[in-house]
Design a protein around this ligand. Sequence first.
Ligand SMILES: Cc1cc2nc3c(=O)[nH]c(=O)nc-3n(C[C@H](O)[C@H](O)[C@H](O)COP(=O)(O)OP(=O)(O)OC[C@H]3O[C@@H](n4cnc5c(N)ncnc54)[C@H](O)[C@@H]3O)c2cc1C
Length: 452
Amino acid sequence: MKKRVIVIGAGLCGSVVSTLLRNDFQVTVVEQGRKKKPLFDDVDCDSGELNTSINRAEGLGGTTNYWHNALIELDDKDLRKAGIEPRGFAPYYQKAWEFFLSPGELADCNRARDANAAALEGSSSTIAHMVLPQTRHNVWSLANERNRGDKIDVVYGHVRRIGDGVVEIDGDRGTERLRADHVVACAGGIGTPIILARSLGRDRGFVPGYHDHPMAYVAKIKLRPDSRLKKVSSTATLSADVRAGLVYESDDLKTVVYLRPAVDMRLASITGPARYILSDLRNDPFSPKKIMLLLGNLEAVREAILFKTRLGFRGSYYSVLILGEQTPIGSRGIQMANGTRPSLNWHVTPGELRSYEASVDKFFAEFSADILERKVVPAASWEFRNAAHHSGTATSFVPAPGDTSVDFFGVKDLPGAYVCDGSLLRAAGIANSGLTLVALSYRLAELLRASA
Ligand SMILES: Cc1cc2nc3c(=O)[nH]c(=O)nc-3n(C[C@H](O)[C@H](O)[C@H](O)COP(=O)(O)OP(=O)(O)OC[C@H]3O[C@@H](n4cnc5c(N)ncnc54)[C@H](O)[C@@H]3O)c2cc1C
């Protein structure tokens, strides 16, 4: 008889892990949402638009019901900082790329990456090679297509805690307890630490380590007609869009600069609540508040159309969007509240802001000959928004980093319990973490299958 595995959460990691294990284990997935729905009230947070724009979601596919599906690798330095031994990790990245793209599609994207690297040769920045497949995948559907096999049982309910091979679930039938040989928590960088804190008696405790990628529009620029920055900002292949971000490092923190097409030098489209409006509306099209915001900022609409249709990527005007690296600090994390709603303390520290500002200055200095005009938002007014890569919050529950065995994923004091999601990452550089999380899911599944 097969051993039993319970996977908590049917989001990005839960979908990949459960479908990879389905033929070797009897797999049950516990998902709190019956339908696709944004999560606005699982935690309190008064910064970063965490609860006012779509930032997390439930239902089969979890947050990938709404994500942009941008794929990017961590470099070796970032992997080390994240707690992942880079040696031996490349094959898992390869599996992760192949999960999203066919070999031919991947080869096209790699060619665009090499051309971008050649165009920027000699620059003091490094390149963030970002691939956006044209199809935005719900990963539950994609994983079930890629990894077919035995039936996976789906149980709908909210997992309260894990204890000694038992998962306690609040569902339609009241509280249910399911037994398993292994439990894999894939409830996300906010959901997982809450379950672990409840499971380990830290119901009133503070769970430190949270980090994300604060993002903000910081300037508009006008580029010289022949600027190489235009060439690298967006390259379309048949199946994906390849973007080169410029990465600068100041005080051991990275900042990546992306250029987005703009209509002119006015700052109205990149300041105030409408600055991400088209992306917000795409996910939440019937929100009257958002429609009103949109109508009040037609400049933002025009620029979003230039961006989406790629028409603007050869034009003269661009908005400068940055994403900054954060690292775990003791005061940033989740305050548990003994049965009531936990709260997330997310903020950008003065030191982080100084580092991002220094990196933006490096960008302006490096490309001063390309930039004909610039209008900069003062750093004190940068409006940071949380980029939804919730990370770092399980690090106080798992053993030392760098281990390549299954212990890397294991929860201290909860035998048979593992974590696989952003909460494991001790750092993420400037990378959207999805590709790395898929790579980690492949690694955990391989290690568990070896023990089946
Ligand atoms: C608008 C948007 C765009 C994004 N774009 C990108 C991008 O381009 N590239 C990228 O890499 N990342 C992107 N992200 C982030 C990415 O979606 C997440 O990093 C990723 O989905 C995290 O995967 P996960 O498995 O950790 O969690 P999730 O996908 O969030 O899944 C967690 C699942 O667990 C369930 N759950 C939580 N708690 C419980 C519980 N107690 N009991 C039962 N079930 C529970 C949830 O309902 C959910 O289904 C984006 C996010 C958003 C919001």
